[in-house]
Design a protein around this ligand. Structure first.
Ligand code: HXC
Length: 258
């Protein structure tokens, strides 16, 4: 597939996808979302890749769904077109970790996309928000559900109902982002994190991602039960024995992703 709206590169074992519609602040249209899904699945299937990063520009991760593309939608366009289910949720089926490296605006669908990533590293100029209310619509890709889980009901209500933007430090305090780094260090720091993850045993990385994500879908007892099953499954890997032996023998582990 020839990409028009994203850039794709690999850095060692990390697959990097850069949203690239600078004239529209990376507004997310159908074509871009098709390309993003395609690139994510390609990295997910590439055995040389252990972690992925999605980023945007210094000014905008993504300023939302493309307003120009949806301005004339009617109900049947949206319903029959399966908007946005059709191509926005591919990322939820990716088994390897996906980190959002966010600088500038992550608004509306852009904020929702960051929340569908596994975690968010923010540059100090990042701004998050769900300003759909100003367009007389609402977050349509999970924002009203994932934001309260991430930052509390109170803050989520505040953001969604007033359209105010939340800066990087507030986002870190609220628990939306895992770290805030200087803008000029965003990719360096994110790649270091992604490289660390990619150095681990891939099947166990995927089990951990699966288990943590399960906590959003289930009650505590069910979630712990799910975790326990995956914990037991880790003893079926070669890498578990290697990792524990390496520790006891005081040497680096040599994982084989099996
Ligand atoms: C289409 C967009 C866009 C968007 C920006 N642009 N955001 N085009 N869809 N979401 C375009 C502008 O029209 C403009 O094009 C160019 O990008 C630069 O934007 P400016 O507004 O001139 O830049 P600036 O003054 O710096 O303001 C930045 C901004 C503002 C604060 C981020 O652009 C803004 O408020 N954007 C909309 C944010 C928003 O409402 N997002 C939610 C969308 S709804 P021209 O051609 O004039 O240069 C949504 C629903 C999701 O996401 C539900 C399903 C997923």
């Amino acid at each position: 597939m020839e990409y028009q709206n994203i850039l794709v590169e690999t850095k060692d074992k990390v697959g990097v996808i850069t949203l690239n519609r600078p004239k529209a602040l990376n507004a997310l249209n159908d074509q871009l979302m098709d390309e993003l899904g395609h690139a994510l699945f390609a990295f997910d299937q590439d055995e040389n890749i252990g972690c992925m990063v999605i980023t945007g520009s210094e000014k905008a991760f993504a300023a939302g769904a493309d307003i120009a593309a949806m301005v004339d939608y009617n109900y049947m366009d949206a319903y029959n077109g399966n908007y946005v289910t059709k191509n926005w949720e591919h990322i939820l089926r990716v088994r390897k970790p996906v980190i959002a490296a966010v600088a500038g605006y992550a608004l509306g669908g852009g904020c929702e996309l960051t929340m569908m990533c596994d975690f968010i590293i923010a540059a100090d100029n990042a701004k998050f928000g769900q300003p759909e209310i100003k367009l007389a619509t609402l977050p349509g890709c999970g924002g009203t559900q994932r934001l309260p889980r991430a930052i509390s009901k109170s803050k989520a209500m505040d953001l969604c109902l007033t359209a105010r933007l939340m800066d990087a430090n507030e986002a870190e305090r609220a628990g939306l982002v895992s770290r805030v780094v200087p803008l000029d260090k965003l990719m360096e720091e994110t790649l270091a994190v992604a490289t660390t993850i990619a150095s681990m045993s891939l099947p166990v990385v995927m089990m951990i991602k699966d288990a943590v994500n399960r906590s959003f879908e289930s009650g505590l007892t069910e979630g712990v039960h799910y975790e326990r099953r995956l914990f037991h499954a880790s003893f079926g890997t070669h890498d578990q024995r290697e990792g524990m032996r390496a520790f006891l023998e005081k040497r680096p582990a040599n994982f084989q992703n099996k």
